[in-house]
Design a protein around this ligand. Structure first.
Ligand code: IVH
Length: 672
């Protein structure tokens, strides 16, 4: 098998194992074996850029290329559904269908209404060629690159299946609860605004300009509508089963109902059982099953007459507001929390609800003693959504005002322009913030010191074992600081010390994330680390140099500069360096030396790889990527739309311009 055949083999194998893992939940190889094959494919693809395939399984990791979403017109408009909220309205729909079909017998396909973002996927010759959001229903955004990272969406269908040459399949992109909660936890530690529910999080993610971020967010997708000239079956239910056999994720909760009563039973079941599902649903969708019958019924301007949504009731309760307390988060953000008379809501007793920020309190015109309506947003966090002003009486207490000073340290709170939250600015002296930063430092995605949790940090503070009150102090701890010889706690104390010691091997990008620089999440930290290679370069980087990193905008760049300008942070990084943490990336392995001694400027945009990937390729082949053209430049790697001033400068200095294809040929000649 030559290398090109091996690439084809690996791609087919990885598509197959991806399907077994993400759709069938029946993996046949271990994660390590899977990663091994993926790694081999990545290496071979790097060596053979001429064999680039946008649907390769390696597309799952995303690319640094900044996405600009093109607006494209849908082949068939994406309509929405009519809504019903109770049994009577559903019975009306059923009667309209009965009448429209003039007494023909019919069946109804019953499905969950997934609460995410709808997507249209176009496949040609079994390959995903385009993914478009709903937009206004007539045209939407082309988000193909981002969708390619969603592992439950097949990129290439197995050739053994009998799919039509060209078809469209629609479905919903979701963020599972677990991913959503983890994401919000991470955003909270970074001081970023939280997503209100998984739908917003999925929508925000899908529109992210960096597909590496999308790949890391672990979106999922269910498909529920097959369209095209040559779709295989005469009923919707059978088409969905067939699509499942082609490799699509189709929910196995789909059912057929023969009567209105069976539809009610489906609702009754899922209104309860949905609480156990790993993703959010907001209702049920009913569809006339037979496609000929769908055609008889047709469409109104807005929605099909053959389908309807039944929306679950968001549970709501009314109770008395007794107090508003203010909690300080780890990032210094202060959150108001309502304390109410206990009330039963969706199976649990609720006594507290988040009020989010000062604007929400003002808009509600909230007073102590008010009767408030509470709903569970996204079914988990209770929220106050309104005030029953008709129940106000002479006993009404004072209007709720936002706090002026930090509840922990008394500093005057600040509100940054454009932000809804109030913050305690005393980040070097306010205890919960100091503890919070250490909790972030040891967290799983950062230094991953799992032997040091919040209680240990609390204990270390209480015993005065952290003289500088920061995470660098951890590295000076000795076993004898934690316990006396032969103490019963020796084993667990030893674990703490060992865990801290083992973290010295944590790679530089995670160390950078662990510093807790505002707005620098783990993906950004990775990009910045890869770009600058070591902490010294990052410390000295100018605003423009930081902005040159994909995924870094003005807010992040300014935050990084502000961080390293503070003497206490410089000191902290210095102490971490002395403790032996990884402050640089290891040397990359070389693919060849074909560009050795050459200084190359990249300009314009490219078809086959992102600019960031070309930078990596240049380095892996021994070359040096430089940002501006000078006498020393060997050549300019030029893509579409190279700037006129660069072109002029290159020509006047007599510097060669090399096209994308010529450049790739240069590298592949060498690899052969
Ligand atoms: S069918 C013409 N089936 O609900 C019929 N939609 O309110 C097209 N949705 O835009 C839609 N689960 O985003 C259908 N099982 C399901 C669905 C579903 C969720 C969403 C979809 C649609 C919206 C309509």
């Amino acid at each position: 098998m030559n290398e090109s055949e091996r690439i084809a083999y690996l791609r087919a194998a990885l598509h197959h194992h991806n399907h077994l893992y993400y759709i069938e939940n029946k993996p046949e190889i271990s994660d390590i074996e899977f990663d091994h094959l993926m790694h081999e494919l990545q290496q071979l693809e790097e060596k053979h850029p001429e064999l680039h395939d946008p649907n390769s399984p390696t597309a799952r990791v995303g690319s640094d290329l900044s996405n600009e979403f093109q607006t494209v017109q849908h082949t068939r408009p994406m309509l929405s559904l009519g809504n019903t909220y109770n049994r009577d309205e559903l019975a009306e729909f059923y009667n309209r269908v009965t009448e429209g079909l003039e007494g023909q017998p019919f069946q109804i396909a019953c499905e969950l209404k997934f609460d995410g973002v709808s997507i249209s996927l176009i496949y040609e010759q079994g390959k995903l060629v385009r993914a478009v959001t709903r937009g206004d229903g007539v045209s939407g955004d082309d988000v193909t690159e981002n969708v390619r990272t969603i592992r439950s969406i097949p990129l290439a269908l197995p050739s053994s299946t009998n799919y039509p040459d060209s078809f469209e399949i629609r479905g919903e992109i979701l963020m599972p609860w677990q991913v959503f909660e983890e994401l919000n936890r991470e955003r909270e530690t970074k001081g970023e605004a939280l997503f209100a529910n998984p739908r917003n999080a999925a929508a925000g993610t899908l529109k992210n300009k960096n597909s590496v971020v999308v790949a890391n967010r672990k979106l999922d997708a269910y498909l529920y509508y097959l369209l095209g000239e040559n779709i295989p079956k005469s009923s919707h239910f059978d088409n969905m089963n067939t699509a499942r056999s082609w490799g699509f994720k189709v929910s196995d909760t789909n059912m057929l109902a023969n009567t209105l009563e069976e539809m009610y039973a489906f609702i009754d079941h899922w209104d309860q059982a949905r609480r156990e599902l790993p993703f959010a649903t907001d209702g049920i969708v009913f569809k006339v099953n037979n496609i000929q019958q769908q055609e008889i019924l047709g469409f109104t301007a807005k929605s099909p007459r053959w389908a309807i949504a039944y929306k679950f009731q968001a549970e709501r309760a009314c109770t008395r507001l007794n107090d508003v307390i203010f909690q300080l988060g780890r990032t210094g953000a202060v959150t108001p929390v309502a304390v109410m008379d206990p009330v039963q809501l969706s199976g649990t007793i609720v006594q507290r609800a988040s009020l989010h920020n000062a604007d929400i309190i003002n808009n509600l015109d909230l007073h102590i003693g008010d009767f408030v309506y509470v709903e569970k947003a996204g079914e988990i966090i209770p929220q106050i959504i309104g005030v029953e002003t008709s129940r106000r009486d002479v006993n009404l207490g004072p209007k709720v005002e936002f706090l002026k000073n930090c509840p922990e340290c008394g500093s005057e709170l600040v509100r940054y322009p454009g932000e809804a939250a109030h913050y305690c600015p005393n980040d070097t002296g306010c205890l919960p913030q100091l503890k919070g930063r250490i909790e972030h430092f040891v967290s799983r995605d950062a230094m991953n010191i799992d032997s040091v949790g919040p209680e240990t940090i609390e204990m270390l503070f209480n015993q005065g074992l952290l003289p500088y009150q920061d995470a660098a102090d951890l590295y000076s701890l000795r076993l004898s600081d934690l316990c006396t010889p032969r103490s019963t706690r020796e084993k667990s104390c030893r674990k703490i010390i060992d865990g801290i010691h083992a973290s010295l091997q944590t790679p530089f990008d995670r160390v950078l994330y662990a510093l807790g620089i505002r707005f620098v999440g783990k993906v950004v930290a990775k990009q910045v680390a890869r770009h600058f290679k070591n902490i010294q370069n990052i410390r000295q980087a100018t605003l423009d140099e930081l902005l040159a990193v994909d995924g870094v905008g003005k807010i992040i760049a300014e935050s990084i500069i502000a961080y390293f300008n503070k003497p206490e942070n410089q000191d902290f990084v210095e102490r971490l360096t002395l403790a032996g943490l990884q402050m640089e990336l290891p040397e990359e392995e070389k693919l060849s030396e074909v560009l050795s001694g050459k200084s190359i400027v990249i300009s314009g945009s490219f078809e086959k790889h992102s600019r960031e990937e070309y930078k990596v390729l240049i380095e892996k082949h021994g070359g040096k990527n430089v940002s501006s053209i000078s006498k020393k430049t060997t050549f300019v790697l030029a893509g579409e739309g190279m700037g006129p001033s660069k072109l002029q400068k290159a020509t006047s200095l007599g510097i060669e311009i090399v096209s994308e294809n010529d450049f790739l040929r240069m590298l592949s000649d060498e690899s052969e």
